[in-house]
Design a protein around this ligand. Structure first.
Ligand code: DGL
Length: 250
């Protein structure tokens, strides 16, 4: 089984990490559109256009499935990708909502959804959560976290200030949807900020559960080979992957 993983930049590596840990695939082809990141501040049509261009790149490989490891792409481009792809396409938003539903039994739970401007504006999470009976939702675009993570800032004053800026008026949530694949890298900090036992929903873990359940994929490959591509500075992506994916990388 060969999987294509697409993100606007390096954030999708958090999804790759989960895929590597669960050994669901023999080969992962990753493409990060590093020349044009961030997508989260762009409009729907631009995100769709960039996503279709990435799809053309993946058509050069005989992949079995494409995972859009980017919430902003998952929010807008899934219908177009599905229409044009010769293989199944899976986004991260629905799996995230299903993961939350499995973890949170109380429909009255307070849920905080954070993501890029594009993801929050799409209302995708909000609508799906409403359909599942969750109505106590607060959604907050927290786009600054993307460049902070891209800069390799995982602690300290800049991150603390950004969290204060975004969260100062938000009550402690029971669950937080990390609606951007960059955010698992600062998940611990976000959890600490609210100083409670908030349940965090992470796109990578959610997609693994989804693939195991709905695509009947199982842990079966002892080794996964990872090929990394980027539209700009692939060397930087490879260096970051070595650090982030350790020790899952083989
Ligand atoms: N990793 C992308 C996501 O999950 C966001 C980064 C961006 O704005 O391009 O939405």
């Amino acid at each position: 089984m060969k999987v294509a993983v697409f993100d606007s930049g390096i954030g999708g590596l958090t999804v790759v990490k989960s895929l590597l840990e669960h050994k669901l695939f023999e080969e992962i082809i990753y493409f990060g559109d590093t020349a044009r990141v961030p997508y989260g501040i762009k409009d729907k049509n631009t995100i769709i256009r960039y996503s279709l261009e990435a799809l053309e790149f993946f058509k050069n490989f005989e992949v079995d499935i494409l995972i859009t490891a980017c919430n902003s792409v998952s929010a807008y481009a899934i219908p177009e990708l599905k229409q044009n792809a010769p293989f199944p396409v899976v986004g991260v938003i629905e799996p995230g909502v299903l993961a939350l539903e499995r973890k949170i039994n109380d429909k009255e739970a307070n849920i905080l959804i954070i993501g890029t401007n594009a993801t929050i504006k799409s209302q995708k999470y909000q609508k799906l959560l409403n359909q599942k009976g969750f109505f106590n939702l607060v959604s907050k675009p927290t786009g600054l976290f993307v460049p902070i993570v891209e800069e390799g800032i995982f602690e300290g004053e800049v991150l603390e200030a950004a969290m204060r800026h975004y969260f100062k008026d938000i009550n402690k949530p029971d669950a937080i949807i990390l609606g951007c694949t960059h955010f698992p890298l600062i998940a611990k900090n976000i959890k600490n900020y609210f100083q409670n036992d908030t349940t965090l929903i992470h796109s990578g873990e959610a997609i693994v559960e989804h693939l195991e359940k709905d695509f009947s994929l199982k842990k079966r490959f002892s080794k996964t080979s990872l090929k990394l591509f980027a539209s700009e500075n692939p060397e930087k992506l490879k260096v970051i992957a070595k650090v982030w994916l350790k020790p899952s990388i083989v």
